[in-house]
Design a protein around this ligand. Structure first.
Ligand SMILES: [Zn+2]
Length: 82
């Protein structure tokens, strides 16, 4: 079952969205240059390196440009159903 989206900013858009897949890249940087010195696999992070725990999807309203977590659009879509 799917949930309708609705933009909480412009409030009118329910149909046009850009869905943004979050693809985390875990890296270790050189502190001075900012260069990547190591890329980690998600299951091979070092003890003090937290794995990405943000949302899997972000959504952009294609009418007003707002970018939020998918849940924000879903909640607004649900709460205004009648
Ligand atoms: Zn909008």
């Amino acid at each position: 079952m799917t949930t309708p989206y609705r933009c909480p900013s412009c409030k009118t858009n329910r149909t046009r969205f850009n869905i943004i897949q979050q693809v985390p890249q875990s890296v270790k940087l050189d502190p001075a240059s900012g260069e990547i010195v190591q890329n980690y696999e998600q299951n091979q992070l070092e003890p003090f390196h937290l794995a990405y725990n943000g949302p899997q999807l972000k959504v952009q309203c294609a009418a007003c440009g707002l970018v939020e977590d998918e849940m924000t659009f879903k909640k607004f879509g649900e709460s205004t159903m009648s």
